[in-house]
Design a protein around this ligand. Structure first.
Ligand code: ADP
Length: 165
């Protein structure tokens, strides 16, 4: 059984993350999506909402499960029995960032190997940070998030509609 941990903030999960998980399922038997809870970072959505949105996105895929954690990623990987970590790469800055985390993780636990998947051109511009910016200004979310999340967020917009629609 090859199990991978896909760690991140997922605040919120985007079509970019979903694509990486779907492609990861052809490499691993099981993927645990780990929502890292960072108490010093102010999130837009609660851990419970982030978890529910991911669970709904993969409700027909029993090989994906979702959990929150607030420890070191390698420790959580070990806790869930994952020998691998999965990450997505969009750009050179992503690579630079991931490289340091990879070296640190290897230092902490040399038995856990990280796999990187390059994002597709359709989603390589999508980040949760940019999505949160669009949400703050009540913009359109189509093409950035899955429909069930868009529906929930539009309910919070004044009049239930994006300003640019
Ligand atoms: P973190 O806060 O750890 O960067 P994120 O939730 O932003 O967590 O991202 C989790 C993982 O998903 C990271 O490996 C990130 O590079 C990757 N990722 C984020 N957006 C995309 C995207 N559009 N395409 C591919 N990978 C992505």
């Amino acid at each position: 059984m090859q199990r991978a941990l896909f760690p991140g903030s997922f605040d919120p999960i985007t079509l970019g993350h979903i694509e990486i998980i779907q492609r990861g399922l052809s490499l691993f038997d099981e993927i645990v999506v780990g929502i890292g809870i960072n108490t010093s970072k102010q999130a837009m959505f609660s851990p419970e909402v982030r978890q529910r949105w991911i669970e709904i996105a993969f409700r027909h895929e029993p090989r994906v499960r979702v959990a929150c954690y607030s420890s070191l990623t390698v420790l959580f990987a070990r806790e869930v029995g994952a020998q691998f970590i999965l990450r997505g790469l969009r750009s050179a800055p992503d690579y630079e960032y991931e490289r340091n985390i990879d070296l640190l993780n290897k230092q902490l636990d040399p038995n856990i190997e990280t796999f990187y998947l390059l994002s597709s051109p359709q989603t390589s511009f999508v980040s949760s940070t940019l999505v949160r910016e669009v949400i703050r200004f009540r913009g359109r979310l189509e093409g950035l998030l899955p429909p069930h999340i868009i529906e929930d967020i539009y309910k919070l917009y004044p009049g239930g509609k994006p300003v640019t629609a």
